[in-house]
Ligand binder design. Sequence first.
Ligand code: GLC
Length: 802
Amino acid sequence: MITNTELEYKGNLFPGKISTYEKNVDTLIFKADNDIFLQVKILRDGVLRFRYTSHQDISNDFSYAITKYHSEGYNLLEIDEDDEKYTITTEKLICEIHKADMRKSIYDAEDKTLLSEDELGFHWEESYEFGGNVVKMSKVSQEGESFYGLGDKPVHLNLKGKRFENWVTDSYAYSKDTDPIYKTIPFYVGLHKTKAYGIFFDNTFRSFFDFSNERRNVTSFWAQGGEMNYYFIYGPDMADVVADYTDLTGKPHHLPPLWALGYHQCKWSYYPESKVKEITNKFRELQIPCDAIYLDIDYMEGFRCFTWNKEYFPDPKRMVKELEEDGFKTVVIIDPGIKIDPENDVFQEALEKDYFCKRADGPYMKGKVWPGECYFPDFTKPEVRDWWAGLYKELIEDIGVRGVWNDMNEPAVMEVPNKTFPNDVRHDYDGNPCSHRKAHNIYGMQMARATYHGLKKFIYPKRPFVITRAAYSGTQRYTSSWTGDNVANWEHLWIANIQAQRMCMSGFSFIGSDIGGFAEQPNGELYARWIQLGVFHPFCRTHSSGDHGDQEPWAFDEGITDVVRKFIEIRYQLLPYLYSTFWKYANEGIPMLKSLVMIDQADPQTHYRTDEFVVGDHILVCPVIEPNAKGRRMYVPRGRWYNFWDDAVVLGGKEQWVDADLDFMPIFIREGAIIPKYPVQQYVGEKEITELVLDVYYKEGKEMSMVYEDANDGFEYGNGVYSERNFSFTGSDKEIIIQQYKAGKYITPYETFKINLHGLPFKISKLVIDNEEILFKDVKVGDDNSIIVKKTFDVLHVIGKK
Ligand code: GLC
């Protein structure tokens, strides 16, 4: 009999007693007597990183998630020691580390609220199955604590009581509670005693989170390999937690071109060219705005990446140009699998240069996808990413394609039970060679990254537009995303709503669902209700699988077409609002959609709400997600809101019934808001904007609004050529004051604002602009309280008589 005494250690192992500690500027290293090291790095007053290792050498520190542009720097760092513990104090946090067992407790520095407390804390289990350790962290679930985040999980927004797995997975026709699906975003927000903090577990191995599921009072997370390496991010506001997580893992490198915020039409697949034209012509004929048309896999020759089926598309360059002249941008799909075909240049080159992934013992990683047997580039190798980026030259530079859609990049493999590569496949991992166990979750991200760099290079001076299905934390820097192969049913409308909100609170705002559902077919009512939701999502695209019938706005009946048009038109009117919201996201990391809990976390009523959300700062929407509804009950958050349709004032803080026949949905505007609007256009740039509409909603008190504009494409905005108008609204019973503060060098094409004053409690008697009284005829005061003023004003007073 062979006895291996070490095997007896399987089971939970724990750090011993802390024997020494060292400080190196912003990093503290604690050593336990059983050679476990805890490194605590103070990134900011509210952001701490905890890293546990079993070796002193912590130099090998590599992450695909963390951006080199993240902010660091703190105002205060004090370290104290007594018999029992070390205490680290920053301006926002106090972190105690117990000498006996390395367990930690983290408090709000100001009022000493306990925010997070290790239960068993860090521990590990030796794993014979995988080699190495399963690394674990367990924390005490606090009284009344709620949990949010984790990317694309199709479950109730509040994760409490549930357990999740993170392993990027192709999930055709997933349903409510399917886990895991396409994305791995190991970041969650905890909320208790009205304070929110976040935890980002930056570990790419298969990982798990348990939110008081196994044990009611314990929250834990663990991974099947790698390090226990996590960031603690303190708010206390939830929006700030998400913004700081987004700062750490990266905001989008660029704004999207404005057209990308328009409406997109997609199907698997529009071909041949005449079909594509039939679709785009119909949009123009029916006057339904649309900016992008997609080509799914059938545009290729036998699904070989970077080829065209010449029978279906004899002259892609001409077609793309003609579409462009009609306002349509062409987006094409590119998958990672390269067909094993010695005749194919892309295949040959990758083979010669040794760019394909290999199994541990040498042969290529072979798997079946759409083109049949394929090999797969190792996107975790910088040289391969450069090569891949270069492959886009023809598509983008020569043919004029404006966007690329990366799909199947989990990576998906057909006809194998685990739907992906076997674990033994090797990856370069940017010079840190490893197996697929570690690289799986970031494979799709690295593909999208390479695609993004290709587009950036060849589309310049325009902005790149990429869309990906698989993602890990940080992927939002390069690309937009959609929620994968959903299903045309009412439950999926609920899921689409949840997923978009959840992705936004997970740092990834440029997100949307396949409107109407990918698998199966919606009826007109479901499609209309889905469009109503979709026009408020950052990414707005109808997509469906061709086998299930047509899914264009006119595929149902005329009544439905009218509803769809009406809502897409609302989106086009709101483009400056959506663009400003994107600017705030790209600049400050503020999520574009905010779930109610993020709007008012101090109100416990919001903690379990799922359907209502706020777009940007001021527009509250709530989709109707049941058939045959004439309206719905919804929770309007505290404050005063205006019904978008009739300006009726609603007092929030309670659940209420809201009418919404099929051509309406509940939309409310926060009082004091200034909402910018463009005229309806069939596509971005169709019309020159000759006037900016500002819908101003009266409030007794103060409110800030912002309008961002630029050339709608290109990079000049990065050199300050943009226009950011911050408006401060102040209202009292006899007067309103609007102050404008303008930043940036961009000269907007219009000269005037049309200001529509909603809910004014007085009749206008006098207008004063920059200290000069203005005659009514000069500002064209309308009966509907609209005035036309020069865009250059600093202060506008609207004075009333009671
Ligand atoms: C996958 C994608 C889907 C696409 C199809 C064919 O199922 O998720 O969007 O249409 O592949 O390319």
